[in-house]
Design a binder for this molecule. Structure first.
Ligand code: GLN
Length: 219
């Protein structure tokens, strides 16, 4: 069995740098996964947000998808953010499932167009004390989960975060907010102790400056 003591971020497309930056703020030096062998030492892999159809295409073209499933079977945990959560789902509404590693049913682009993206603040008690910022960018909705899946956050008619023993799925982007809470939660889920961690100052040059600050309840 592999040593599996590192955290990786899939580095093919999407919000890679922001995840790397959040992990570095926790004192973790992540592996940027560009090739199948980059998975060898991973205790945990983050599938970033981006475009799920593009990501699965690249995962297949570069031959990473089968090795990723092998590493998962060998104990590597996976966190999918947004498009990453779509890749993890066993069921995608009106589409074929991709990696299919997590028993959740998901609906893509469920809030509408890119301009319908939004920020909100909520409490996720298992992950952090107090409210944290959440950023939804052309996000999917998790519509239902299997019996081995724990719901971490439900808003209105959809599930926004859920986990199993080996997977975490969030339809929003903690890496685009100042909070390190979800990254700390995932790293610890992977059995790696976190000793550092001061929340990052919001980067107003990033995508967030364009997002409406609103609550899903008022949409
Ligand atoms: N809309 C994208 C998809 O369906 C996901 C968007 C995101 O990752 N922010 O793949």
């Amino acid at each position: 069995m592999a040593k599996r003591d590192k955290i990786g971020v899939l580095d093919l497309q999407g919000g890679v740098h922001e995840h790397v930056y959040h992990l570095q703020a926790l004192g973790i030096n992540p592996v940027r996964v560009k090739e199948a062998h980059d998975l060898d030492d991973l205790a945990g892999l983050i599938l970033p947000g981006g475009e799920s159809t593009c990501l699965i295409r690249l995962l297949n073209i570069f031959g990473i998808a089968p090795k990723l499933k092998e590493a998962y079977a060998d104990g590597m945990k996976i966190w999918g953010t947004c498009a990453g959560a779509i890749l993890l789902s066993k069921e995608i509404e009106n589409e074929q499932a991709q990696l299919g590693l997590m028993d959740i049913a998901i609906s893509r682009n469920a809030f509408g167009f890119q301009v319908d993206s939004f920020n909100t603040k909520v409490e996720v008690p298992k992950v952090a004390k107090g409210e944290i910022d959440l950023t939804f960018i052309r996000a999917p909705k998790i519509k239902s989960v299997g019996s081995d899946v724990e719901v971490l956050l439900k808003i209105d008619d959809y599930i926004a975060a859920a986990e199993t023993e080996n997977c975490l799925a969030t339809v929003f982007h903690p890496e685009l907010t100042p909070s390190l809470a979800f990254h700390k939660y995932f790293v610890e889920k992977c059995g790696i102790a976190v000793t550092n961690g001061v929340n990052i100052m919001p980067d107003r040059t990033g995508w967030m400056k364009y997002a409406r600050i609103t609550s899903p309840n008022t949409k």
